[in-house]
Design a protein around this ligand. Structure first.
Ligand SMILES: [Zn+2]
Length: 82
């Protein structure tokens, strides 16, 4: 990535937390954007509660909107930066 996706200024290499990153330096005009590269963030969790009227235990699930298993139910998800 050569230009800032937020403000369009050229990115420069800069040390951020002991790693060289492409940064839009906040030098008065830059916005401070830091390119952490491409990554996929996985999350997981299981939410269980009880129906207040019946006392029946319930599990919270998400419905997948992408393959694999599009339309299936899953207790976890992920965020992918493009
Ligand atoms: Zn910027």
């Amino acid at each position: 990535m050569k230009f800032c996706p937020e403000c369009g200024r050229p990115l420069v290499q800069h040390k951020v937390e002991r790693h060289l990153r492409q940064v839009c330096l906040p030098d008065g005009e830059g916005c401070g954007f830091i390119d952490y590269g491409r990554f996929t963030l996985g999350v997981g969790g299981l939410v269980i509660d009880a129906d207040p009227q019946t006392g029946e235990r319930r599990v919270l699930l998400i419905q997948r909107n992408q393959e694999p298993n599009k339309g299936g139910l899953d207790p976890s998800g992920r965020v992918r930066r493009l």
